[in-house]
Design a protein around this ligand. Structure first.
Ligand code: ADP
Ligand code: MG
Length: 238
């Protein structure tokens, strides 16, 4: 059963398309890693799903609902960026609650939801501090909590660990996977770290020049690359 369906999605900023007629399906609760060289269109694809970029053509459906024309906050999609994108003048609680600002929910429910996600990402005790006083890993957990507080149907993670040191990266990626499994949250995780791709995902999508050139289990991508490009790309990182 397909949960996120992307059909013939295309986007150009100039004459050169970033991607053209891209199609894929993801099941409910699946954790997909999107892997590919810099500039191949990973962020633009995620931003199109989130509604931050308007595709030129194609359809995006979630649970059978066409969301292609909806505003970002109407889509039920949470997104986390590499650079955290937190508000420096808001506390941890303020940053997370901001995710709910456009939703019609009362103060009590808002407070309960914020507490819930703070527990989930393990930021208890940090509720009233400002991002500037937090480590990179903690900031990214705030960003994750802000994405989760709306109870998204889809979670998009655009290289969320790239700015972090290796030990924190490993810890946080395990935490992300645990939370994702607990919530059965359909997730697309962009990385160029192949170890992350191998250890985290149900399936790996390898992207090159605006196309998904292989969509398969990590094991299959590593042992049976679909093309010379995939073999070379994977090989280059080993
Ligand atoms: P990736 O995330 O895989 O590194 P991006 O999606 O960021 O790739 O970029 C894909 C291509 O689209 C690149 O050539 C990039 O320069 C171009 N691009 C991305 N965003 C814009 C934009 N807002 N305006 C013009 N070109 C863009
Ligand atoms: Mg990118």
């Amino acid at each position: 059963m397909h949960y996120l369906e992307v059909a013939n999605l295309s986007k150009s900023f100039t004459d050169t398309p970033v991607f053209k007629n891209i199609s894929f399906d993801i099941s409910k609760g699946e954790f997909i890693t999107l892997l590919g060289p810099s500039g191949c269109g990973k962020s633009t694809l995620l931003r199109s799903l989130a509604g931050l970029v308007t595709p030129d053509a194609g359809k995006i459906r979630v649970a059978g609902e066409d969301i292609t024309g909806l505003k970002p906050q109407q889509r039920g999609i949470g997104m986390v960026f590499q650079n955290y994108a937190l508000f420096p003048n808001l506390t941890v609680t303020g940053n997370i609650a901001f995710g709910l600002a456009r939703q019609r929910i009362n103060k009590q429910d808002m407070a309960r939801r914020v507490t819930e996600v703070i527990e989930l990402v393990g930021l208890n005790g940090r509720e009233n501090v400002y991002p500037g006083t937090l480590s990179g890993g903690q900031r990214q957990r705030v960003a994750l909590a802000r994405a989760l507080v709306v109870r998204p149907r889809i979670l998009l993670l655009d290289e969320p660990l790239s700015a972090l040191d290796a030990p924190i990266r490993k810890h946080l990626r395990e935490q992300i996977r645990t939370i994702q499994q607990r919530l059965n949250l359909t997730t697309v995780f962009v990385t160029h770290d192949q170890e992350e791709a191998l250890t985290l995902s149900d399936r790996v999508f390898v992207m090159n020049q605006g196309q998904i050139v292989q969509a398969d289990t990590a094991e299959a991508v590593y042992t049976r690359p679909a093309s010379d490009f995939v073999a070379g790309f994977i090989g280059n990182y080993n």
